[in-house]
Design a protein around this ligand. Structure first.
Ligand SMILES: Cc1cc2nc3c(=O)[nH]c(=O)nc-3n(C[C@H](O)[C@H](O)[C@H](O)COP(=O)(O)OP(=O)(O)OC[C@H]3O[C@@H](n4cnc5c(N)ncnc54)[C@H](O)[C@@H]3O)c2cc1C
Length: 325
């Protein structure tokens, strides 16, 4: 049996879009290799039949429902390990958010399975799955096959698209899982909203875009301060989106959005071709980079060579002073 098992994260009565992408992709592939399309959901009394059955519209045939804390990785590993072992699933597929990485890694260790991460496409070949992933900083693409089952596949964030079809109702099966002791030790204390998740960079007249040169997720505070002072919006490169520093909604480029603001300001961005294609029509391009040879200077109207940690706060101050605030 080579069914495909996915996990659907839910919050306040709705399933997460990234995990629904994995459910859709898993269901499509399960059809191709002739197996069950199973989905694990965990939570409390809020996980009603009315909430779970419609996962069938995304192609799920069976929904395995377990009582456990939602939003944490370890309990889901326990539930998925049990379902994979007892129901004989051949693969587990994840959409690639931080939780997907955590659960996928845990499952790999628990089941002594093979794992492929950063997967951008999955193919069905001779009744088996082949994971496709870029390597060597995305300069080459490789096909990865599994020598044994189960195989764990962790996609890149948003690599799989959620496809909903009218109708479709999945069978809901309650599973009783004895959680490992360590899986009950962590508690969800607070759930925060991911900042910038609803940004609209396409309509912004001013964009302050941040790249890996910001050093860490908190580095985006500098961009947000400047964007706030300018009345603009923060955008990002794929490198920082992949690193989980900023949401995909803010990504400019070949695999992100195309923008053409009046002012595009790049902070700590090298200017890779895949980024350039998404912002080259901007009216005024300003770049701050500590490397005088950074490619972004080749297509900037104004280039500032220096440390963004020093320049951005000064620029923010200057803009505020000019605006009298
Ligand atoms: C198929 C494919 C699709 C892709 N799609 C996209 C896409 O849609 N969008 C995208 O952006 N990329 C995309 N990429 C990735 C792209 O090739 C680059 O890897 C990425 O754009 C680099 O991001 P970055 O500029 O943030 O990081 P880096 O290339 O690492 O650049 C960081 C820059 O910060 C500078 N820096 C470091 N510290 C400081 C400091 N203190 N002060 C000032 N400057 C500093 C460095 O000099 C460097 O130039 C894609 C790649 C592939 C193969």
């Amino acid at each position: 049996m080579s069914g495909i098992l996915t996990y659907a994260l839910h919050y306040e009565g709705a399933f997460n879009k990234n995990s629904l992408g994995a459910v859709s992709e898993g269901a499509k592939l399960a059809k191709e290799i002739g197996g069950e399309a199973g989905v694990v959901v965990v939570g409390g009394d809020d996980l009603t039949d009315e909430l779970c059955q419609p996962l069938g519209a995304f192609g799920a045939t069976k929904v395995y429902r377990a009582k456990a804390a939602e939003g944490l990785g370890a309990p889901v590993v326990d539930v998925m390990a049990k379902v994979i072992t007892e129901e004989d699933y051949g693969y587990a597929l994840f959409g690639g958010g931080l939780l997907g990485f955590e659960i996928g890694a845990g499952l790999t260790a628990r089941l002594n399975a093979g794992v492929t991460m950063e997967v951008t496409e999955v193919k069905a070949q001779d009744g088996k799955l082949v994971a496709v992933r870029p390597i060597l900083q995305d300069s080459a693409i490789v096909d990865v096959s599994y020598v044994s089952e189960p195989g764990i596949i962790i996609g890149r964030l948003n690599a799989f698209e959620a496809k909903e079809e009218a109708g479709g109702s999945a069978e809901v099966i309650d599973v009783d899982v004895q959680l490992e002791e360590h899986s009950t030790k962590a508690k969800m204390v607070k759930r925060g909203e991911q900042r910038g998740a609803d940004v609209n960079i396409e309509d912004a007249k001013t964009l302050v875009a941040g790249g890996r040169g910001l050093g860490k997720a908190e580095g985006f505070d500098l961009c947000e301060d400047l964007a706030g002072a300018l009345g603009g919006t923060v955008a990002a490169t794929r490198a920082v989106v992949d690193a989980g520093w900023y949401p995909y909604a803010a990504q400019i480029g070949q695999t992100g959005k195309t923008v053409a603001p009046k002012l595009y300001l790049a902070a700590g961005i090298s200017g890779a071709i895949q980024h350039k294609v998404g912002m080259q029509s901007s009216e005024n391009i300003v770049a701050i980079n500590k490397d005088p040879n950074a490619p972004i200077f080749e297509f900037s109207d104004l280039g500032v060579v220096g440390d963004l940690n020093k320049i951005l706060p000064k620029l923010t101050e200057a803009v505020k002073a000019k605006k009298g605030g």
